[in-house]
Design a binder for this molecule. Sequence first.
Ligand code: MG
Length: 200
Amino acid sequence: MAGASRSKSSGGAAALFLDRDDTIVRDEGYMSRPEQLVLLPGAADALRRARAAGFRLYLVTNQSGIGRGYYALADAEACNRRLEELCGLRFDGICIAPERPDEPSRYRKPSPAYLLERIEADGLDPARCLAVGDKVSDLECGLAAGVPAALVARGATGAPRPDAAAFAAARGLPVYPSLAAAVDAALAAGGTATQTDSET
Ligand SMILES: [Mg+2]
């Protein structure tokens, strides 16, 4: 089974690449107003503990509602500022992909472009990073960047999305009931990858 000896630490920093909707906050569907954001149980505290343990925190969020014309980039930015207020921290970086799924996009997940840029620019060690989200695209995004990925249950439902659970099972990726549980596991591993299919 994969273990610490399998990771190839480059001495770089550890980081979490975090999906927003249904991972950190409850997804109300195309949220455009800051007051709509409701943290999932334990999420804010988990992020603060990760930060305290030395993890950099990056928010990576597809917001096709912008491309669909439902709301503006400024609305998404206001929601993210509210998220930072609720969490009591500032993210080290935020990537908003505004395109619709049918539009060309550099950053829309599952594109790994943002992760690859941050790894290079910020001196991150991919093996000490973790991509966390509730969708297949979140997992694909991490793996395509050489970053271990973990699936969390969808928002407050307590259950993972079935397609994402199948994706994770086929690749041996861990599945957690919450972001808090995923962070706990990452902290216990010391930011060292324990599950990745990037070498298979
Ligand atoms: Mg999500």
